[in-house]
Design a protein around this ligand. Structure first.
Ligand code: NIG
Ligand code: FE
Length: 387
């Protein structure tokens, strides 16, 4: 197996507190790193860099772990920029619009969906995303959801079944029947390709009892669980997530002190999605409240056609810093290690011996430039570990 050494790294963020300055960021200045096709073999000061088969001189740029985007809805068809325009003109977001994408997605061919999904995942990759999670949720029929998880599986192993996104029109008078379908036959049709199950647990979507039913069935079927929680209102979705030991509760725009205390004492990650507040012109939650309560925070894009058509983790980091009270280091950590923890993965989101060789070289001397220079194409090179 051939090895490569990255030399002259101006600032290396390892996210491993045993490395470098021993902070949470595990930072090493004037660093070097040795990799093979699969994993990181060595990190340390450039002056002590061992030899390798190939040398890459990164000319004093900053190097960070590849971004882990742990929440996306990439598989969809159709167009909804008019909803964004209406919100920017003052119309409030109420959770609507999903059924418009359901109608377009049901009509699209597998090839059309494959092409659209691959274009969006390519955009994420160009911005330094090396691991992404992808949800279903835009067909809401047994065959349709099975088709979407299959298409998602073509771009990632982190596939989430979101049959409980909203109740489709044909079940408008039988929501109980729809919940039974999702928790039964639809789930069964999706378990071979999906690793996770998610429920949109919020005002106007599914309540806590419905979400509990779907997620406990999913867990029995061998899936991990995660939730869209309290984006529009505090309906108790975060405490349900903690009760179920969910890997992550996502959005958390409305959070009580009791929720923060419960999260802080749990291993459930709070995944904040500032692209959604940006695109719906909603108040941002304070990330400081979560961090001060000892909660593990992740940042993700929530890329979807309705509330966050965002494929730039650089933008997500900049928004979290500017609008949610995170420091640039906290935001970078949340977009890398935080995302890894939201997917319960220890092999990604860090750069230290044994981690995957998923590396982003920035066109900047320090990683703080990600928030300092929003909109600039700062990803100079992405190295992706072989599967
Ligand atoms: O995460 N909140 C639920 N689902 C998406 C919105 C999807 C849509 O509007 O199409 C979200 O924001
Ligand atoms: Fe979402």
């Amino acid at each position: 197996m051939s090895t490569r050494v990255l030399r002259h790294i101006g600032e290396l963020t390892t996210n491993d507190p045993t490395q470098g300055d021993q902070s949470a960021m595990g930072r090493i200045l004037n660093a070097a790193m040795v990799l093979d096709e699969h994993e990181v073999l060595w990190t340390g000061p450039d002056a002590k860099a061992p030899a390798a088969d190939e040398m890459i001189d990164v000319a004093h740029c900053a190097v960070v772990p590849g971004f882990v985007d742990s929440h996306t809805h990439l598989v969809f068809a159709g167009e909804r920029s008019d909803e964004f325009e209406a919100r920017m003109a003052g119309r409030p977001y109420d959770g609507g619009g999903i059924l418009r994408t359901v109608a377009s997605t049901r009509k699209a061919s597998a090839e059309q969906l494959r092409e659209a999904t691959s274009k969006r995942s390519h955009e994420l990759r160009l911005g330094g995303v090396t691991t992404l999670e992808v949800k279903s949720g835009y067909e809401l029929t047994l065959d349709g959801e099975a088709r979407l998880v299959g298409l998602a599986r073509e771009v990632t192993a982190e596939v989430t079944f979101l049959g409980a996104h909203v109740v489709p029109e044909e079940f408008g008078h039988d929501r109980e029947g729809y919940v039974q379908l999702v928790a039964g036959a639809m789930l069964e049709a999706c378990t071979s390709e999906a690793k996770w199950a998610d429920v949109f647990c919020d005002r106007g979507a599914f309540d806590v009892d419905e979400a509990r039913l779907v997620l406990t069935s999913a867990r029995r079927a061998g899936l991990g669980v995660r939730l869209h929680a309290n984006q529009l209102a505090d309906i108790g979705a975060i405490s349900l997530g903690v009760e179920l030991d969910a890997a992550s509760v996502d959005h958390c725009t409305h959070v009580s002190d009791a929720d923060l205390e419960a999260l802080g004492a749990s291993r459930t990650v709070a995944t904040l999605l500032p692209g959604a507040e940006f695109s719906t012109r909603s108040p941002y939650p304070s990330a400081r409240r979560f961090l001060d309560a000892g909660v593990c925070v992740a940042l993700a894009s929530d890329c979807n056609p309705g509330t966050s058509y965002v494929t730039s983790m650089g933008l997500v980091i900049a928004l979290a810093v500017r609008e949610m009270g995170m420091t640039p280091d906290e935001a970078l950590y949340a977009a890398t290690r935080g995302g890894a923890m939201a997917l319960r993965r220890d092999d990604i989101g860090r750069l230290s011996p044994g981690s995957r060789a998923d590396v982003v070289v920035l066109d900047a001397p320090r990683s703080a430039h990600l928030a300092y220079r929003p909109g600039a194409p700062l990803v100079r090179e992405t190295l992706l570990s072989a599967p």
